[in-house]
Design a protein around this ligand. Structure first.
Ligand code: ZN
Length: 145
């Protein structure tokens, strides 16, 4: 999957700004298969995961459904589509958590996870669901823009 350096920067900036909470947002892209997908837009969204007794906000995220609804409507009839989402892992690696797997009910979506430590984003990684488990996807970072 291809992503521009500025899109990666935006996701990492969001992860740093939200720290120690999780940021989240949507990925818009084009292409016919995962390897050929190119992210064309990164759309930050509010994290509307409700606080839950006994759970820290750190392992929960929920993309504002209104943002997705508005985006899907805007993209109707265009070649670009919502191909995935991103969120951050404050003080945890850029790897899917057990919570992520439990909430992964849209197998067609790409997951980008950004790690943030001590308020600084340290990197991102991409995953997709395959046979009920996450598998890493190679990210090709494009220069420019
Ligand atoms: Zn997660």
């Amino acid at each position: 999957m291809k992503l521009t350096a500025s899109h990666r920067r935006l996701i990492m900036d969001e992860a740093a700004a939200a720290y120690p909470a999780e940021c989240c947002g949507l990925l818009v892209g084009t292409g016919s298969n995962v390897e050929g997908w190119t992210v064309t837009r990164v759309v930050p969204a509010a994290n509307v995961a409700p606080p839950e007794p006994g759970h820290s906000i750190r392992d929960r995220f929920e993309v504002d459904p209104q943002t997705r609804f508005d985006l899907e409507r805007e993209l109707r009839g265009q070649p670009d589509a919502v191909i995935g989402h991103y969120h951050s892992h404050p003080d945890h690696p850029a790897e899917p958590s057990a919570t992520d797997l439990a909430k992964a009910f849209e197998p067609s979506l790409i997951w980008i996870i950004a790690s943030a430590r001590a308020g600084e984003a340290t990197g991102i990684a991409a995953f997709r669901l395959s046979n009920g488990a996450f598998e890493a996807i190679a990210l090709e970072i494009l220069d420019g823009e």
